[in-house]
Design a protein around this ligand. Sequence first.
Ligand code: CTP
Length: 224
Amino acid sequence: MEASPIRCLVSAGPTREYFDPVRFLSNPSSGRMGFAIAEAARARGWEVVLVSGPAALPDPAGVRVVRVETGEEMHAALLESFAECDVLFMTAAVMDTRPRHCSPHKVKKDQLPGVIEMVPATDILADLGRRKAGQTLVGFAAETENLEANARAKLERKNLDLIAANVVGVPGSGFVAETNRIVLLSRDGGREVLGPASKHEIADLLITRVAPLAERAREGRERP
Ligand code: CTP
């Protein structure tokens, strides 16, 4: 009997946190890394669900795309597919903080607050790490300093199998860049540099590295 396709879940893009119906806080993530991973996974014959925050990119062919805006919506959409997936690539640039209050009506400009009170937002990946039952979890760490030490700490803290760490704030890497250089760290102490290369090339390399772990996860899921 032929093995069923690997089930791959990908998150991408920024999230938005509103303080009234027309105003929000967000970040400049383009979504390109996540969309490239979804396309590369699909090209290997994997079954792909892509949960994306607002990104100006078309749906990749053959991929089920769920578009969301807020962190809460992204969390809910990921939870719908998480239990059944073999591998999660969490590339989304989730807001770490959100306004404590969101006005139901547009705030008039003469009533806009000078200070917006913020509260921590849910760490979606840490939550999925706690729920993990055989899935392979791949996190992404954007850092401006102490790249590898910070990324390795996140790998442990969020119960991940791999973390793709990259430097942000320099040309040719990070949020909105076309190219990327990634240090891929694994739970067992492994370290590999990928790139600099286009986000599509990096995506393809990541799929190759993750495939054996995803296959193991699928075998575990299919075992009666
Ligand atoms: N992440 C998440 N939910 C959040 C914040 C981050 O799921 N609220 C995920 C990201 O998608 C990424 C990983 O956690 O895969 C690491 O994100 P990063 O922003 O680098 O780290 P933080 O946990 O936010 O830590 P810090 O801000 O201290 O760097």
